[in-house]
Design a protein around this ligand. Structure first.
Ligand SMILES: Nc1ncnc2c1ncn2[C@@H]1O[C@H](COP(=O)(O)OP(=O)(O)OP(=O)(O)O)[C@@H](O)[C@H]1O
Length: 294
């Protein structure tokens, strides 16, 4: 079967350009009924603006942004450097409070370290601990009963393809493996939201592709709502069930695009080589460029 037969994209369905009304989410994951919009793991940003600093030194980093991410959706935020992607993610995690507007996760204000599992560009592990020691810390922080740690740890390491590495020190594993540990750690707390801020930017192309495939699979398996920040149109189209392109700083929504590429059932290489994938990637790259220049 050719890739164009297997990969059928309903291009343009549900698209929203900036300024239009409510998004038609036909064809994307987790969007049915109010459960998806208000349910556990759903994210809602109402008129969110964030400024850093005060007075003459104040910088408006992002906004105003109105965005609803239904439970189970994989949203990718793309935009030029400095447009406010990380700031939006930090607001959703509860690390920052919006200067204006409101952020809600599962219908409540996010609590830092509690509402979401977060993966950053660098793994931020404890280098003197073992792989297992880093995971155990996350399990302790998540309040998992100690008796369950061995089982849960094994499950997490298997999920990110790190079986058998538990006893190794962080400096004894590769950068890609360290980022896998960071992903496992973020999944340790069974919260319904998973936030990733350019997690693969520092990795080589091959490792990056492998980890993209793993993240795609892990999120499909766990069903967590995911918000993923990247510069890469390629990464965005491969991972997202929806892509939001931000304008240049202060970022607002320039394009809101559902991605209806098949999820879970298709071979990753076949998907990447398909005509639909290539066209969407070109479209997103063009939108990012236009939004940055506007
Ligand atoms: N702690 C801070 N204090 C002051 N200004 C900040 C702070 N963090 C970010 N900014 C500014 O806010 C704006 C948005 O930054 P942010 O890091 O959110 O953008 P980004 O899109 O994630 O950028 P990049 O893609 O380069 O990581 C930028 O102008 C940045 O300089």
């Amino acid at each position: 079967m050719s890739s164009s037969e297997t990969v059928n994209v309903n291009k343009g369905a549900g698209r929203q350009d900036a300024g239009e009304g409510v998004r038609d989410t036909e064809g994307t994951q987790g969007t049915e009924g109010t459960q998806g919009i208000e349910g556990t793991g759903a994210v809602r940003l109402d008129g969110v603006t964030h400024r850093y600093g005060r007075g003459d030194a104040a910088v408006t980093a992002v906004g105003p942004v109105d965005l609803t991410v239904p439970a189970g959706e994989f949203l990718v935020l793309v935009g030029a450097s400095g447009c406010g992607k990380s700031t939006l993610l930090r607001l959703i995690a509860g690390f920052e409070q919006p200067t204006q507007g409101a952020v809600r996760v599962s219908g409540a204000a996010p609590r830092p370290g509690d509402t979401a599992g977060v993966v950053f560009q660098t793994p931020r592990l404890f280098p003197w601990r073992t792989v297992q020691g880093n995971i155990d810390l996350a399990l302790r922080y998540a309040g998992v009963d100690r008796a369950r740690w061995p089982e849960r740890r094994a499950e997490l390491l298997a999920r990110v393809g790190l079986e058998g590495t538990g006893k190794r020190r962080i400096w004894e594993i590769s950068g890609g493996q360290q980022q896998r540990v960071a992903i496992a750690r973020a999944l340790a707390a069974e919260n319904p939201l998973f936030l990733l801020d350019e997690p693969f930017a520092a990795l080589d192309a091959l490792t990056r592709e492998r980890l993209q495939e793993d993240v795609r699979q892990v999120t499909a398996e766990t069903g967590r709502t995911t918000v993923f920040v990247t510069h890469s149109a390629d990464e965005a189209v491969f991972l997202g069930s929806r892509i939001v392109v931000l304008t240049k700083s202060p970022g607002t929504v320039a394009l809101d695009l559902p991605i209806t590429l098949p999820r879970g059932t298709v071979d990753a290489d076949e998907l990447r080589e398909s005509r639909e994938f290539t066209e969407l990637r070109a479209e997103v790259a063009h939108a990012v460029k236009s939004a940055a220049a506007a």
